[in-house]
Design a protein around this ligand. Structure first.
Ligand SMILES: NC(=O)c1ccc[n+]([C@@H]2O[C@H](COP(=O)([O-])OP(=O)(O)OC[C@H]3O[C@@H](n4cnc5c(N)ncnc54)[C@H](O)[C@@H]3O)[C@@H](O)[C@H]2O)c1
Length: 448
């Protein structure tokens, strides 16, 4: 049963009362000057390696535990060598069972395991740094936001580019009124990823490498045979069971400065153009048209935001009357069309400002970057606050994943009641907000 809104959610909390008081205590505890934040990292290869390094850069952090389903050098091995005093695990459930001394958990696994691990950690009162997209389903994203608020823990999504000088400069420029109120937004990713898309699952199986715990990798997902180079590592992105496709992979980065600058929350309506999906993989091209309610930063009517992802495809040039003919749009990014000017936010480079067809980028005020990782570690110790806590990154992820719901049913305009967590005009789309979990691996939801 999906707890649809905050009232129902709060009503259902009786079941977790013990965990609640413990976590509230953990957050409010007073840190001694020399006391260090004890961190565990789940998923220490790939992005986890740099997440771990980033958080460990804080002198207030001690890396106490490492967890990876692959013990080889590129995965657990390298991290275990660098943080040799940390305890080592293959199974995150065992880590959490033995984690009384852990204050915070970094979750850098493939997308489909973010919520199961993140929720379990928060239920133990632990602070969580979790990679983007925050979750695999819309329902999970809502749960992560509400759980973070309920347990009073410090959270940060790993959309680290938000803290880069480029995105911070862009957000500041919009907030300072340089392009006036915004009329429309176009965002795109024209790259061609190396991971599999729009294919059928090959038959057969390959031997599981000795270093890999394939059962643990599959976690909450239905079991299937191991195939070398198709899922672990990195390639899982294109499979519906594990990843979120190109929109899920890039949306939480590219749409982030749009959300931050325009203070968007949830769309009211959206529709995708895409070819019919193969049974198990994501598409290789899609356009998603979202409509958002107006905000203080947008013109009076609803805001239209269009997302494009297809190799080599950028928004049509005629859309942008303010851009000089000689200017070539970057491979990925956003264009915000304002009443006074147009801003291009490349992914990732300094923004460009155009006013009346002229490049006015020299007028932008450069905002220094901050450390996205240390910011979380500091906030866990009561110093400052995070900027991509789940109260912000949950709704951002919900919007991105609503796009992936529409990609499953191209051509159908869907209408959203965010408060009720409901696609009001489609029971089929409503089903895509959540998914089945492998028996014995169901997350504990905050519901009766
Ligand atoms: N913020 C960014 O710029 C950025 C960049 C790349 C990836 N990511 C995100 O980081 C996450 C990981 O992506 P990746 O490219 O590193 O994937 P990957 O498959 O290359 O690496 C994942 C790591 O987690 C380990 N792992 C997998 N399942 C596990 C489990 N259940 N328990 C413990 N360890 C497990 C793997 O062995 C591997 O070491 C994804 O959510 C992805 O979207 C973010």
């Amino acid at each position: 049963m999906i707890p649809t809104n905050r009232r129902q959610f709060v009503k259902s909390l009786g079941v977790a009362a013990g965990a609640v008081s413990m976590s509230a205590l953990s957050y409010s505890r007073v840190w001694g000057a020399n006391e260090r934040l004890r961190i565990a990292c789940v998923g220490t290869g790939g992005k986890g390696w740099s997440d771990l390094d980033g958080v460990a850069a804080s002198p207030s952090v001690e890396v106490a535990a490492l967890c990876d389903i692959d013990s080889s050098a590129q995965h657990l091995g390298r991290a275990a060598e660098k943080f040799s005093a940390a305890r080592q695990f293959a199974d995150w459930r065992k880590l959490l069972d033995e984690s009384n001394d852990i204050d915070g958990v970094i979750v850098s696994t493939p997308d489909f395991m973010h919520a199961p691990i993140g929720l379990a950690a928060m239920q133990q009162g632990k602070h969580v740094f979790c990679q983007k997209p925050l979750t695999h389903t819309v329902f999970e994203a809502r749960q992560m936001r509400l759980a973070a608020e309920h347990h009073g823990v410090v959270t940060q999504m790993g959309n680290q580019i938000q803290s880069h000088t480029a995105y911070r400069t862009a957000v500041q420029a919009v907030h300072s009124g340089m392009i006036g109120k915004v009329k429309a937004v176009h965002s795109w990713q024209a790259g061609s990823p190396s991971w599999p898309r729009h294919i059928d699952r090959p038959a057969g199986s390959d031997p599981v490498p000795g270093s890999v715990r394939w059962d643990l990798w599959q976690g909450v997902a239905a079991r299937r045979p191991y195939k070398q180079g198709l899922y672990h590592a990195f390639q899982w992105r294109g499979w519906q069971a594990y990843g979120t496709g190109q929109l899920g992979d890039f949306g939480c980065h590219i749409l982030d400065p749009v959300f931050k600058s325009l203070e968007l929350t949830a769309p009211t309506e959206w529709v995708a153009e895409a070819p019919p999906l193969k049974a198990e993989t994501w598409t290789d091209r899609a356009t998603v048209r979202y409509r958002f309610p107006a905000t203080e930063r947008t013109t009076g009517g609803p805001l239209e935001l269009t997302w494009y992802d297809a190799a080599g495809v950028r928004p049509p040039r005629e859309t942008f009357s303010d851009l000089p003919d000689t200017y070539r749009l970057p491979n990925a990014g956003s264009v915000l069309i304002g009443e006074k000017g147009t801003m291009v936010i490349p992914h990732v480079a300094m923004p460009k400002l155009f006013v009346a067809g002229a490049d006015s980028s020299a007028d932008l005020t450069v905002v220094e970057g901050v450390d996205h990782y240390v910011q979380w570690a500091d906030a866990c110790r009561g110093v400052g606050a995070t900027t991509s806590g789940f109260d912000y990154s949950g709704p951002l992820t919900e919007t991105v994943l609503l796009g992936t719901v529409a990609i499953r049913m191209p051509g159908e305009t869907l209408q959203w009641d965010s408060e009720k967590l409901q696609v009001v005009n489609s029971t089929v789309a409503q089903q895509y907000l959540t998914k089945a979990y492998y028996a014995g691996w169901e997350p504990t939801w905050l519901t009766a």
